[in-house]
Design a protein around this ligand. Sequence first.
Ligand SMILES: Nc1ncnc2c1ncn2[C@@H]1O[C@H](COP(=O)(O)OP(=O)(O)O)[C@@H](O)[C@H]1O
Ligand SMILES: [Mg+2]
Length: 278
Amino acid sequence: MAVDLMETKTQKPEVETLVTEPQTQEVSITTRDLSLWYGDFQALENVTLNIRKGIITSLIGPSGCGKTTLLRCFNRINERYGNVTTTGEIRILDKNILDPDVSTRQLRKSVGMVFQRPNPLPISIYDNVLFGSNIHAAHKGISRSVRDQIVEEALVEVDLWDSVKDRLKQRATWLTLEQQQKLCIARLLPLKPEIILMDEPCSALDAEGTEKIENLIERLREEFTVVIVTHNMAQARRASDECVFMLLGEIIEHRPTADLFMTPENEKTEMYIQGRYG
Ligand SMILES: Nc1ncnc2c1ncn2[C@@H]1O[C@H](COP(=O)(O)OP(=O)(O)O)[C@@H](O)[C@H]1O
Ligand SMILES: [Mg+2]
């Protein structure tokens, strides 16, 4: 599985294009009849879903409807939260990730995750970027110049390089929350993830920080498949290409974002976007 997960990353088209429409119908994550229980409480019920590659998909719905739980299925991090039973299928890169032969370490390399509160380690900015790749490095002994290059590329990509390049050895926890969240995204990049999961990544940030992170997410799209949980409908409208509306552990509606908000097909979706519950 390790090799499969790493080598099927498709090449981006060489020609620059101004078209903002996603260029592919390719699917990145497929779930079939996915159900999940915490003990005997069922938090997800027969979730069947295709998440398209190279776009931003947001998961929306009232608090407690299962957004975080569904997101955490995609890198199997739910398994850390106690007595969890999962049934059904989750296909990522043509592999059912619930199969017993799947390496969760490998999976979490391909499917990176960003949390609600930025959680950099209390080590330097530089070491934070390298931490994941040090853990996962197949071969140790990467030269200093290569490491420097990995750090610079990742920090440039999240638009953090200019503000931290002169203090890379400073503790990451001294950064502003917005910078910390950018760093948490940057440290995924050396692992060359296919998919980036974000659970309310702006909830600890002010309006300005939120705007900057949203702009960053926008830039990540196409290179990565991004799945973002948000309870902020304005953010879902601004930041996502497709939107999945959930209620009580079920998917109610999954459509292109503009369609879901302008012409909801299900009356429960309509009630939610009118702010009538949640
Ligand atoms: N670790 C857990 N143990 C037991 N129940 C949980 C756990 N995590 C979440 N739940 C329950 O599962 C349901 C879905 O939670 P969650 O996925 O966090 O929803 P959301 O992210 O949409 O607010 C809620 O009823 C929540 O109380
Ligand atoms: Mg949540």
